[in-house]
Structures are given as structure tokens and as C-alpha cells.
Design a protein around this ligand. Structure first.
Ligand code: YXS
Length: 270
């Protein structure tokens, strides 16, 4: 599912499950995580996460077939896609998302969790839980808020509409955009060659500080955390969530009927 190739201290991890649109299945996430560990063990100075595309799709996001229907949190801390996102942020080596094509759902969060993104002009980025009735998770929402600002992040989550590469560049989500043929040279010149020249131990210390500063920049009192979890569990154990998944798999439009007030029953309003 994944090809790992180390060239001149850079670890290229290529998703090769194009026939399944590189859906972030548990297996694919585990193989990418193994690639990250190999990059660290082999003392690489950078990781490049890329994909073989089909129908122009870089990754179609979490594998919808693997979303739990038994009331479990689909985006719990310990699900493989979330573990991959944590590993990308925790590995003290710059991880660059190299995007040619369309990115959907959790794969968009994965790209945002990388340290930098270079994209081809035909790339697009969409976060789509609202289309499937999924109450994304706080850490994922934070990624978008930090990178895009609250307004653009809300627009992406509420509309589930793709952002073009140029729009993503304009809001600072993407570092560089180029025509697909020019992207390899841009990656080498703007990123990989400087990273090979610079001090990796200094970069590791700087990346680890970025991680701590963003991770602890928000503190919610425990009761607020519990309230947040209550909202999420009501949604992912509710009707719209199941309807979102069934409608996708049955290739029909979803019929969402849950109401906002279902989340805030009168007895709980204060
Ligand atoms: O009909 P077959 O069996 O060939 O299967 C179809 C699709 O069902 C399948 N497929 C997927 N299967 C599992 N998980 C997926 N995420 C997924 N996406 C697609 O692949 C086969 C070809 O799909 P098709 O016919 O739609 O291809 P297309 O070229 O017309 O359209 C490509 C896409 C990517 C635009 C389209 O497949 C699409 O919109 N996929 C869903 C993208 C998405 O919303 N992903 C989010 C997944 S959930 C997730 O990541 C998070 C939990 S969250 O939602 O919270 O962000």
C-alpha cells in the first residue's frame, strides 16, 4: 500500500493504494506510520508524503467502510488515522505533504498536520464531516483554526466545499503551488536542499517547540471538556451519522433530519 524510499537523507513515503483512492484505512495508516519510524531511525532530515493518484484523487480520506456503527467515537484518540496524525506532528523531522490532486476529509487534516504543504495547481482540499454527519474532533478543528483562522476554517467545515490550491495558498494553508511538472524541482529547491544543508538537531528542537506551543495554547476546564465530549457523542451515536454513512455507500443523497435543538434539550439549557 505504501512505497518507502530514502534518497539523500529524505524519506519519500508514497501511498500506492490508488485503486481505493488512497482511503486512509487502518492498514494504510499503519504502513505510513512505519515509514515515519523508518525515517527517524535512518536519521533523515525530512519526510515527503506523496500519493499515486487515480481520477485525480490524492486521498479520499478516512475509509468510510471502517467508520464504526456501534456508537464508538469514529475519531477517537486511538483510531489509526488519528494516531498517524499525532505521529506526523510528533516526529521531530519536517514532514512535507506533496499534493497532486484532490484531498478529502481526514486526509485534509493529515495534510494540515504536516509541517508544510506543496501542491500542484489542480489540487483541492475539502473537510467533509458535515456531509456524513460526523462531529469532527477538537484536535482536528484546532488544526484548521490555527492554520486558516476561524472564519475560513468554519467555512470549510460547514460547507464541506473544496478549497482550490490557490485559495489554500492565499490563506497560508499551502506553502507553494506550481504546475505539476514543475513541482519536483520546486520541492528540491525550496525545501529539500535547504533542509539537507541546515542543522537537523536545531530543526528538531524548533519543530518540537512548535508542537508544544500549539498543543498547549488552548486549555479548557474539565467540565467544558466533558460538555464538548457530550456534544460529540450525541452526534456520532445519533441518526444523521448512520444516515450519512449509509447514503454514501448506497450512492444516494443523505436525508438528514436531526435538529440543532436535539443537541441542546431545554432541560440542559442554562
Ligand atoms: O462504488 P465503488 O465500490 O467503486 O466505491 C466507490 C466509492 O464508494 C469509493 N470511495 C470510498 N470508499 C471508502 N471511503 C471513502 N472515503 C471513499 N471515497 C470513495 O471509491 C469508489 C470510487 O468512488 P467514486 O465513484 O465516488 O469516484 P469519483 O472519482 O467519482 O469521486 C471521487 C471522490 C473522492 C470525489 C468521491 O469518491 C468522494 O467524494 N468520496 C468521499 C470523500 C469524503 O468525503 N471523504 C471523507 C471520508 S470520512 C473522513 O475522512 C473523516 C471521518 S471526516 O468525514 O470526519 O472528515
Amino acid at each position: 500500500m505504501v512505497n518507502i524510499n530514502i534518497v539523500d537523507r529524505v524519506c519519500f513515503i508514497e501511498m500506492q493504494n490508488a485503486k481505493k483512492l488512497n482511503c486512509l484505512s487502518d492498514e494504510l495508516c499503519s504502513e505510513i506510520r512505519a515509514g515515519l519510524r523508518k525515517a527517524f531511525d535512518e536519521e533523515c532530515c525530512a519526510v515527503v508524503l506523496k500519493a499515486q493518484t487515480r481520477n485525480g484523487v490524492w486521498s479520499a480520506g478516512h475509509d468510510i467502510h471502517e467508520l464504526p456503527l456501534d456508537g464508538q467515537d469514529p475519531l477517537a484518540f486511538n483510531v489509526p488515522m488519528e494516531k498517524l496524525i499525532h505521529d506526523v506532528q510528533d516526529i521531530p523531522i519536517p514532514v512535507i505533504a506533496y499534493v497532486e490532486g484532490t484531498v478529502w476529509g481526514g486526509a485534509c487534516d493529515l495534510c494540515l498536520s504536516c509541517d508544510m504543504i506543496v501542491a500542484s495547481t489542480n489540487a483541492t482540499f475539502a473537510i467533509t464531516p458535515a456531509k456524513i454527519g460526523i462531529p469532527y474532533n477538537a484536535s482536528g478543528i484546532m488544526h484548521f483554526m490555527c492554520q486558516l483562522g476561524p472564519n475560513k476554517a468554519r467555512e470549510m467545515f460547514f460547507t464541506a466545499q473544496p478549497l482550490t490550491a490557490l485559495e489554500a495558498l492565499n490563506v497560508g494553508m499551502v506553502n507553494h503551488v506550481a504546475e505539476i511538472d514543475a513541482l519536483p524541482a520546486l520541492l528540491e529547491e525550496k525545501m529539500l536542499n535547504p533542509l539537507r544543508r541546515n542543522s537537523i538537531i536545531a530543526i528538531s528542537a524548533i519543530k518540537s517547540q512548535f508542537r508544544l506551543l500549539t498543543k498547549y495554547s488552548v486549555s479548557l476546564p474539565p467540565e467544558e471538556l466533558e460538555r464538548l465530549h457530550g456534544w460529540r457523542s450525541k452526534v456520532y451515536s445519533g441518526r444523521d451519522y448512520k444516515e450519512g454513512i449509509s447514503s454514501f455507500l448506497e450512492k444516494r443523497s443523505p436525508n438528514f433530519i436531526s435538529k440543532s435543538k436535539d443537541l441542546f434539550p431545554p432541560e440542559e439549557q442554562h
